[in-house]
Structure formats: C-alpha cells, structure tokens
Design a binder for this molecule. Sequence first.
Ligand SMILES: *[C@@H]1O[C@H](CO)[C@@H](O)[C@H](O)[C@H]1NC(C)=O
Ligand SMILES: *[C@@H]1O[C@H](CO)[C@@H](O)[C@H](O)[C@H]1NC(C)=O
Ligand SMILES: *[C@@H]1O[C@H](CO)[C@@H](O)[C@H](O)[C@H]1NC(C)=O
Length: 176
Amino acid sequence: MASIKITLSMLLFLTIFTYSQAKLRHHKETEMTLYYKDYAGGPNATSIPIPGPSTGPLNFTMFGAMFVVDDPAVEDIEDASAPIIARGRGVYIISALDGSHAQLLMSVVFINGKYKGSTLEIQGSYAQFEPVAEAAVVGGTGKFRLARGYATYEILSYDPVSGYSVTRSNITVLHY
Ligand SMILES: *[C@@H]1O[C@H](CO)[C@@H](O)[C@H](O)[C@H]1NC(C)=O
Ligand SMILES: *[C@@H]1O[C@H](CO)[C@@H](O)[C@H](O)[C@H]1NC(C)=O
Ligand SMILES: *[C@@H]1O[C@H](CO)[C@@H](O)[C@H](O)[C@H]1NC(C)=O
C-alpha cells in the first residue's frame, strides 16, 4: 500500500513538474519578409480558378469565385536568382458581396533555408484592394508549433497582360 502511495505521488509530482516546465518556456518573436510571385494564368500558372456554380468567367471581384494558389516565395525580390524558400499554398475565396474581401486560407510551406520542413497557417478576411491587407497567423508546425501572429500583404507590382504579380508579405510570429 505504502509503495503504491509513493508511486502515485511521484507520478503527480512528475506531472506537475512537466506541466510547469511547459508553461515556463518563453516565446520567441520571429519577423520575416517574403515576396510571393503569382502567375494568374499562362502555361505555368501558380493560381487558378476553381470551377464553381457561378455563371460566366470567374474573376477576383466576383462573389463566390474560388482560386487555388501555389505561389513560390523568395526573401529578396531584387535578386533574380534568389532561391525559393517557401510556397504559399491554399485557397482564396471571394467572400464579400461587393468583391472587396477574400477569405484567405493559406499554409506557408517552407522548403528551403532554416525553416525548411516547417509551416505557418494563415487565415483571414483579406481586403484585397487596400494598400495593405492583413491576416492572422493562427498556428504552425515544426519550428513554428503553437505559433500566433499576423501577416501584412502589399501588392508591389501587377501586370494585367501576363497576370504576373509580386506581393510582399511581412510576417511577425510568436512561437516557442
Ligand atoms: C513554363 O515552365 C516550363 C518548364 O519549367 C519552361 O520550360 C517554360 O519556359 C515556362 N514558360 C513560361 C512562359 O514561363
Ligand atoms: C468580374 O466579375 C464581376 C461580378 O460578376 C463583374 O462585375 C466584373 O465586370 C468582372 N470583371 C472582369 C474584369 O471580368
Ligand atoms: C514590410 O517590410 C518592408 C521591409 O522591411 C518595409 O519596407 C515595409 O514598410 C513593411 N510593410 C508593412 C505593411 O509593414
């Protein structure tokens, strides 16, 4: 009986100890800037409309239009040979009746550099025609487990003929 009691209280102690260790770990803050290269059309499109019930061609101001995106992202847009360090993969659904906002559900999938193998999960109502849009970082995996933060988006250039655009995204994230 006595030995069982000791074992139980030790277990309890261990549980409390592990739990408070986890609580005491401090957050790190990481900031980064990524430049997404989006090709909305052409033979190597990185963003395509998902056929839906809407009539007529889908476009970025049509309520209910859905797009799936797999944009390469670099850390330096001036350097044409900068490696692709992440891909912005997810869906973009025009969720405002007037076409002003899109629901953004995006994973930033790091494929190179020090965050390779980790992801950030981004979600929000994206004010697509504002000079600066913002969405929440709601989580992450790998080095970004338990992440939270925010990401800003600014369209730096857009070529309506080729459909090519560059979007700058500054990400601030708290994680362990
Ligand atoms: C599309 O990708 C292919 C294969 O990577 C490449 O050979 C071609 O030049 C690209 N075309 C354009 C217009 O970028
Ligand atoms: C996009 O769709 C909206 C809503 O149907 C329409 O009013 C607008 O003219 C379309 N724009 C283009 C460029 O096709
Ligand atoms: C994003 O970061 C760049 C480079 O540091 C900076 O020039 C720009 O003002 C930032 N944008 C926002 C919306 O904070």
